[in-house]
Write a protein that binds this ligand. Structure first.
Ligand code: NDP
Length: 451
């Protein structure tokens, strides 16, 4: 008989927490998990999934324009925010239920409430005390707001899913994933959108050419950019928000969305008191096995602020379960993780940016192309697809792949397998294209960009 109530106690029922709990349960461990909200976490409840429904929903306005160019006549369709909201929320409730079902199927005990670490082997959930051989912290992150006067008058991505109606005019602060995705959603549904970025371009950390191309595509869609400035103040003007920028510009909006980043959700969890070391941003510090400074306590997902993506958190969860309960010693490999920004048009990427490749490898060859995709050539749309491959000149290995355009995330997911497997440019060249597609351009790019 074990000296502990459980083999594993998981704090947080998001993608990472649910994965490590159910996988460990499947391996025969006695597992419990606590969550203060519904199961599913940011991704399912207030992130990736509901956001994608809104991206899909808002994109129909472009499709209507295209239909006309292809001979369809339609009355101008109208959009009802609450129909989409209700359908989306129903599906989110179903998915959250599926998460619970997976836990139950793997005999994981579920507790409702916020768990607090009370020692190396003990947790408290709403006054109930439990002991466990291992504890996994998987509490995720939360949106943060920039420290600007009047910021309390703004909303974060969390509240975007609760809005009762579509705002007519929106100011978005920030130019990261969340800002760019919501700007596209709102624009697609018909809102006027202004983005305020302190840098000259959106999406810091992405390839420079990709940043520039996407920004100009968003501008073509009518999103207005205020670059190189910050928001100085937000005030109330009747039912509107009055936003003053550092260059003196004044903007009026129904809504201000603050999308200036997220932070690990690690406050008041008893972590430091239990000896778990945190970094300067509040992230749980872990080694390559996701183990914290306390031997029996592990952490995975956004609360560790490594690569903050759902599939990374779930993989960290699987590997950790295998290590703890199946005798493995897997560590996560963080290179060549594909990612997408569900902007409109979408962006997807795997591997290095050109700047990263040059600084790590020295000589690189760059192949790029841009074109109007076939489906737009019958229409007035001036949207241009952009593709870029970065190749290590010494080894011919493709080390970076970037695309902006329809279906970019679907296309780059496939290419990520080739790149992960070490494909060379020669392999891309030897692959026959599927004609006529946009994706075939990835196997027909022959001319290196002039240095
Ligand atoms: P990001 O870190 O991606 O972007 C933050 C943005 O806010 C940047 O443009 C940054 O500007 C700006 N900013 C930060 N502080 C200030 C400030 N004080 N004043 C003005 N501007 C500021 O954060 P997000 O919240 O967009 O996303 C968080 C994370 O969530 C992402 O990194 C990603 O891992 C994940 N995510 C993934 C998605 C996906 O996979 N599709 C979708 C949504 C989120 P600057 O560039 O100048 O620093």
């Amino acid at each position: 008989m074990s000296q502990f109530d459980y083999d594993l106690f998981v704090l947080g029922g998001g993608s990472g927490g649910v994965r490590v709990a159910r996988w460990s349960g499947g391996l025969g461990a006695k597992v419990a998990i606590c969550e203060s909200d519904r199961f599913g976490g940011t991704c399912v409840i207030r992130g990736c999934i509901p956001k994608k429904f809104m991206v899909l929903g808002s994109h129909f306005s472009d499709e209507v324009e295209l239909m006309r160019s292809y001979g369809w006549s339609t009355e101008t369709p109208t959009f009802d925010w609450n129909t989409l909201k209700a359908a989306r929320d129903k599906e989110i409730a179903r998915l959250s239920g599926l998460y619970e079902g997976m836990l139950s199927k793997n005999s994981v005990d579920r507790f409702s409430g916020r768990g607090v670490l009370t020692g190396a082997h003990s947790v408290e959930v709403d006054g109930k005390h439990f002991t466990s051989k291992y504890i996994v912290v998987a509490v995720g992150g939360r949106p943060t707001k920039a420290n600007i006067p009047g910021m309390e008058l703004s909303v974060t991505s969390n509240e975007m899913f609760e809005l009762e109606e579509l705002p007519k005019k929106v100011v978005v602060a920030g130019g990261g994933f969340i800002a760019v995705e919501f700007a596209g959603i709102l624009k697609g549904f018909g809102s006027e959108v202004d983005i305020v970025i302190r840098a000259d371009k959106i999406l810091r950390g992405f390839d420079e050419d990709v940043r520039g191309h996407l920004q100009s595509e968003l501008q073509k869609k009518g999103i207005r950019f205020h670059a190189g400035v910050t928001i100085e103040n937000i005030g109330a003007a009747g039912t509107l928000r009055a936003v003053t920028l550092s260059d003196g510009t004044g903007l009026k909006a129904d809504l201000v969305l603050c999308a200036t980043g997220r932070a690990p959700n690690t406050a008041n969890l008893g972590l430091e008191a239990a000896g778990v070391k945190l970094g300067t941003r509040g992230e749980v510090l872990v080694n390559e096995l996701s183990q914290t400074s306390v031997e029996s306590v592990y952490a995975i997902g956004d609360c560790t602020d490594r690569v903050n993506l759902t599939p990374v958190a779930t993989t960290e969860g699987t590997l950790l379960a295998e290590n703890l309960f199946n005798g493995k010693k897997y560590s996560m490999e963080y290179s060549n993780i594909p990612a997408a920004v569900f902007s409109q048009p979408p962006l997807a990427t795997v591997g290095l940016t050109e700047a990263e490749a040059r600084s790590r490898l020295g000589e690189v060859d760059v192949y790029e192309c841009q074109f109007r995709a076939l489906k737009f050539t019958l229409s007035p749309s001036q949207e241009r697809t952009y593709m870029k491959l970065i190749v290590d000149s010494k080894t011919d290995r493709v080390v970076g792949c970037h695309m902006i355009g329809s279906d970019a995330p679907e296309i780059v997911q496939g290419l990520a397998i080739a790149i992960k497997a070490g494909a060379k440019k020669h392999d891309f060249d030897a692959t026959i294209g599927i004609h006529p597609t946009s994706a075939e351009e990835f196997v027909t790019m022959r001319t290196k960009r002039q240095k």
